[in-house]
Design a binder for this molecule. Structure first.
Ligand code: ZN
Length: 181
């Protein structure tokens, strides 16, 4: 399994490296919300000029909050942002979606078939929100970024601080400002 590969690498890593001890409050006092896409691994920090200890990074599928969790302004993303803001000094938030996002092209038929193939009954989801809404699929990354920015801005559990919305090009790393907070 891949985990064995990781464990072997890690053993070597800790033998060869001594990491500097740094605090857990983000130096730039910023939280960034982005997608879980594997193409963002390392590239994201490089393209934004972010170093270890600079910001809090939150990743969700699609850099989104699924529709069913938006109401009331309390969900896991808000909870994490609250931790960053109230406990770690975060004073600025950037929601960064990306081009070619898997959730912008989610085919509910494929999702349902995949669930069934892996022994998960999709019926309860079909009856409730519908699998597309549950997984957080959207049609337009720019619209999604704006919506997530609004959910964060309007959450009664968070203070009024700047919340920006951006889209990063997954091929070039170029950032586009969609909405400045
Ligand atoms: Zn994505």
């Amino acid at each position: 399994m891949v985990i064995d590969e990781i464990l072997a690498y890690n053993e070597q890593f800790v033998q060869e490296n001594r990491l500097p001890i740094i605090g857990h409050t983000p130096r730039k006092r910023m939280a960034v919300v982005t997608c879980m896409d594997c193409r963002l691994v390392q590239m994201f920090e490089l393209a934004l000029g972010l170093e270890r200890g600079d910001v809090i990074e939150l990743r969700t599928a699609g850099a989104t909050i699924s529709e069913s969790e938006r109401e009331g302004g309390l969900n896991d993303l808000i909870r994490s942002l609250a931790g960053g803001i109230f406990l770690l000094g975060v004073r600025e938030v950037a929601v960064i979606g990306h081009t070619q996002c898997g959730l912008a092209r989610t085919d509910p038929t494929v999702l349902i078939a995949s669930m069934q193939a892996l022994g998960v009954d999709p019926q309860p989801l079909i009856e409730k929100a519908g699998p597309k809404s549950w997984i957080g699929a959207f049609d337009d990354v720019h619209v999604n970024v704006k919506e997530v920015v609004n959910v964060i801005r309007n959450s009664p559990y968070l203070p009024k601080i700047p919340v920006h919305g951006l889209v990063i090009d997954i091929e070039t790393g170029k950032l586009e400002m969609v909405e400045r907070g």
